[in-house]
Design a protein around this ligand. Structure first.
Ligand SMILES: *Cc1c(COP(=O)(O)O)cnc(C)c1O
Length: 230
């Protein structure tokens, strides 16, 4: 089932790219393996999947320990408590959910010297919804400046999780806003801000149409999550 699901998701990415004249190779599939066990990750890896996204640190660390023989790029995509940054800095290749200076500064201090710079995306709370993770659009440029001053971090782009809606026009409007925010940052001198991590199982076509370079897909690869967590 996993193999068929992965093939279906890859075909959807190709089709969505063809629909809007993009090169399918310009979209990275990130398999979101939260709540899935190491065996599921290993199976996706055996089917050619190399990028995995995790939300919960303790769970991720256990899987990483069990999968050391697999060549995997690990993406941390969940909310970050500042007391968890040490393990994130040491164990991940990418972090999509940096949304405040304190977290950036801790990751900078804690990224081990032997590793390449930690690739960072800033999570944006597009509609400035209260209580939601992400930096408010008005504070985005200041946060980008903080990250650019961190020589152990590399600012690579933006991430957002828009409120779910079946309205495709609305989905596209949110994703377009994130793409515009990244373009503004590039104009302001943050030239490396090229990645757009946007689109999940339910809205990845809209995200690709608006320029997603990374789609984060859980359910449509691994099936419905059994252990509810948050
Ligand atoms: C769970 C999760 C996903 C994957 O969502 P699906 O709807 O299962 O594809 C993507 N991004 C983040 C940040 C998540 O927490």
């Amino acid at each position: 089932m996993l193999q068929a699901n992965l093939a279906r998701v890859r075909a959807r990415i190709v089709e969505a790219c063809l629909q809007c004249g993009r090169d399918p190779a310009s979209v990275q599939l990130i398999a979101v393996s939260k709540t899935q066990d190491a065996a599921a990750v290993r199976s996706a890896h055996a089917n050619g999947q190399r990028h995995f996204g995790e939300n919960y640190l303790q769970e991720a660390l256990q899987k990483q320990a069990a999968l050391q023989d697999c060549e995997i790029e690990w993406h941390f995509i969940g909310p970050i408590q500042s007391n968890k940054t040490r393990d994130i800095a040491a164990q991940f290749d990418w972090v999509h959910s940096v949304d405040r200076a304190k977290v950036a500064e801790r990751l900078q201090q804690q990224r081990p010297a032997g590793l390449p710079r930690l690739r960072v995306l800033l999570q944006v709370n597009l509609e400035a919804e209260p209580g939601k993770s992400g930096v408010a659009p008005a504070e985005l440029e200041a946060l980008a400046a903080v990250v650019e001053h961190c020589d152990r971090l590399e600012l690579r782009g933006l991430m957002a999780i828009p409120a779910p809606t079946p309205d495709v026009a609305r989905q596209r409007q949110c994703f377009r806003a994130l793409a515009a925010a990244a373009a503004r940052l590039r104009t302001a001198g943050h030239a490396g801000c090229l990645e757009l991590s946007m689109g999940m199982s339910a809205d990845m076509e809209a995200a690709i149409a608006e320029g997603a370079t990374m789609v984060r897909i859980g359910t449509d690869i691994f099936g419905a999550r059994v252990r509810p967590k948050s």
